[in-house]
Design a binder for this molecule. Structure first.
Ligand SMILES: C[S@@+](CC[C@H](N)C(=O)[O-])C[C@H]1O[C@@H](n2cnc3c(N)ncnc32)[C@H](O)[C@@H]1O
Length: 306
């Protein structure tokens, strides 16, 4: 759900910082973020879909925008696709979680707290600027893309995945609703306990600010046009996940109503495997045939220079 149209850019950035700081500790568990080979293959697949192919050599200097806890760039680096990683985010809390994970999985990374619209880096510092699920939070995208262009070396790439499409945002309403309706019966079936929030929890930023953090949902042409206006060429937008997303939102809406520790591992395995099966249908059957705007996520890539 987007922030109110009257929200100022400073308000949106403040809300994003506070919400993500509060969410950082439980973020990976909430979104099922994984840094094993499974997570690495997932992000590699996204890069392949966005770019059409992977480069023969790893990217040298990579800058991630809105890196969060590191899902995208730490996994790409662990997969051997990035040599030198700089991870930025407006939320210090998210970056400290990212640093802990980077230490744990042995990926060297420089972290810098920074908002996307004002990047504290010299011109021509990076070979690739990338991000996952971040563009839709940024109030002034023209300014941010101007910064991406400035800090890239000639020939450098932008690679953004996981951006909500307008159609996908509307489509997700249905499984979210169905999941919450089915939740009591589902909890009884798997013998999970209902999650009840205390008044203190309900007063916390993580619960109250969620409806205000998103500012955009995109049509493919919107993303292309922003990149072109910033000076990029070879722009390419692809759509990703349709049935996987409908299924995933349904499952997630049910699971969000249960105390996590009471959800049996067998259920979690089933949920994850079924999601991967749906993803295969999307990847092999639907994504090559249907227009990008029909999918839940959009993937954008473009180049600085011819
Ligand atoms: C939905 S999370 C995605 C995090 C991570 N990329 C992932 O895919 O798991 C969005 C991230 O963007 C960051 N963010 C929001 N607004 C931002 C801005 N204006 N500049 C930089 N980062 C921002 C948030 O703090 C948060 O970590």
């Amino acid at each position: 759900m987007p922030a109110s149209p009257s929200a100022t850019p400073d308000h949106i950035k403040d809300v994003n910082t506070r919400y993500h700081d509060a969410a950082a500790e439980s973020y990976d568990a909430k979104w099922g973020i994984d840094f094993s080979e499974i997570g690495q293959k997932q992000v590699e697949l996204k890069a392949v879909k966005a770019l059409g192919d992977l480069p023969a050599e790893p990217w040298g200097d990579a800058l991630e925008i809105g890196a969060g806890t590191g899902y995208f760039s730490l996994n790409l680096a662990a997969r051997g696709l990035i040599e030198n990683l700089t991870a930025t985010d407006i939320s210090p809390g998210m970056l400290s979680s990212l640093s802990e994970t980077a230490d744990r999985i042995g990926v060297p990374v420089r972290t810098v707290v920074s908002e996307a619209e004002i990047l504290p880096f010299d011109d021509h510092s990076f070979d690739i600027v990338l991000g996952h699920a971040v563009l839709h939070h940024i109030p002034d995208l023209e300014r941010a893309f101007g910064e991406f262009f400035r800090v890239l070396r000639p020939g450098g790439l932008i690679l953004f995945c996981g951006e909500p499409s307008r159609h996908g945002d509307r489509l997700a309403i249905l499984p979210k609703w169905a999941g919450s309706v089915a939740a009591p019966a589902w909890r009884r079936l798997i013998r999970a306990r209902a999650l009840e929030h205390t008044e203190e929890e309900l007063a916390e930023d993580e619960y109250n600010l969620e409806p205000e953090v998103d500012v955009h949902a995109f049509a493919p042409d919107d993303l292309k046009a922003i990149a072109l206006r910033a000076g990029f060429t070879s722009t390419r937008v692809r759509g990703e996940e349709l049935v996987a997303n409908v299924w995933g939102w349904g499952l997630r809406s049910m699971e969000a109503t249960a105390v996590p520790e009471t959800v049996p591992v067998r259920w979690r395995n089933f949920a994850f495997k079924s999601y991967l099966s749906m993803q295969k249908i999307d990847t092999r059957v639907l994504e090559p045939r249907l227009p990008a705007e029909l999918f839940y996520n959009l993937l954008l890539s473009a180049r600085k220079g011819p």
